[in-house]
Design a protein around this ligand. Sequence first.
Ligand code: ACM
Length: 569
Amino acid sequence: MHLSFCLRCAFLLATLPTAAAAVAIIPAPVEVRENGGPGFVAGIETRLVWCQPPADMDPVAVALGDLLRPLLGQRAVGWPGETTATNAIIVDFNAAHESVEFKKLTSPEAYELVVTPERIVIHARTAHGAFNGVQTLRQLLPAEIERSPRPGDPAWQVPAVTVRDQPELQWRGLMLDCGRYYFTPGAIKKLLDLMALQKLNVFHWHLTEDQGWRIEIKKYPRLTSVGAWRAESPMRGDRRRGDRTRYGGFYTHEEIRDIVNYAAARFITIVPEVEMPGHSSAAIAAYPEFGNNDVPGFAPEVQTRWGVKPYTYAPKEETFAFLEDVLREVMDLFPGRYIHIGGDEAPKTQWKNSAFAQDYMRRHGLKSEDELQSHFVGRIAKFLTANGRTLIGWDEIQEGGTPAGAAVMLWRTSENWTSLGPKPAPEWKHAMAPLKAGHEIVVAPKSHFYLDYYQVDPRESAEPEAIGGLTTLADAYAFDYLVPGLTAEEQGRIVGLHGAIWAEHIWDFPKVEYMAFPRSCALAEVAWSAKERRDFADFQRRLEVFQRRLDELGVNYRKAGTIPRQTIQ
Ligand code: ACM
């Protein structure tokens, strides 16, 4: 007994680092106070304790259990208990236990994490707040705990800190374009895991495109039997030629429900996107009767090249009935408040050339095709509102007037800019009319958070093919959503910040990881941390620590530096 005790001590001494890992949390919390002295060492006797847990506590228990299972095994479950327990990790929702400083943080997502040698306490008001605290605790533990299977025991030591924290923006999101390429449910779950680690809480799932319709709709099976498949894709490295390989895929209702639940367990809401009236070639190829089939040369197909295509839905009653049927199934699958209907880049040529569309405009007193677009989106907005949802669309939905109650996703923050030249200052002109009219805005700035742009100048580094443009990590980090000249109320309507992983040139998930990381860490920090907390040099220091965790998680992030040109194939 004595011998085994000594052996255990020797083992612990050998494996404990001399000092706790450097405190390096992304996104930067409101306040981190390093208390000095010994921290908390979790061991096999450590208990998980809940104090006054809310009804939706389960995901927090699962997240904490998953984090500690390698150490605690079957004992990684929590029980109601006292906040005075020792050798315990305690999640405490009792408002009477809140510190004066914590009371000053008003967000429902706020948390306070206090680490002493006796215990770790996460104070929170909501399960989401506690989950945020668990993600911070995770970043205080050594990166090796992420590895599975783990080689030997890492030291489960947490430095003595007090962290107080809450987000600046309530919507912190990433979009993945699954229309241009199909990513497996497993890949999407990995992205959701990585989002949770960074406290990102909205996944925008771009599900339909000219080049592929990816969501099963039971009432319209041709959407996937026809619309999910294209004859070929642009050749990698030469976009003008085809690769002569049939390509496609789609998500079944069962897979989608599973992913929605997986996201919810990480406090991530999914905003599904079904594009209309443009970016709809695949749907119109499946059901040509919903297109402008009276225009010359009408021959819809699931597109095999990138770029904006002329196919738009026709403003027929049958088309609106079809779209409402589709959206009914979408709403049934996705419980979140927002439904994204695209609305971007809808060329007006087919409506101009369609006798039916022109007659519809006359009958409804619409003076231009822009007004028809606004009318079209307005009809859909009314339908979604009547079903208790909120329409969100790309910022073109304001052309001809933003529909009542709709939210706007601002992407055109740099008109026509795609060069490798210096980063332009963000433009806000497409935000002003909806902001002044009282609409919510989520900023998904092409200028700073289109993650399909090069992150290092391809003339200097052997970068894999990207769409164009250049957004370095420093460029992304420098983005600011505080708009000069707005009232506090108007500024408050900018509720979110969003990164977009457009996938024309991102054909597999390792490349998604390469393009998204580490720039999504910059996104997470700009969205979460107040401007006065943002410091690029300090972010880079913390990123080095964070990247060790990404290494353990097998993430193909882009490492700093240039890649020698001679490695180009
Ligand atoms: C977009 O980039 N067309 C929203």
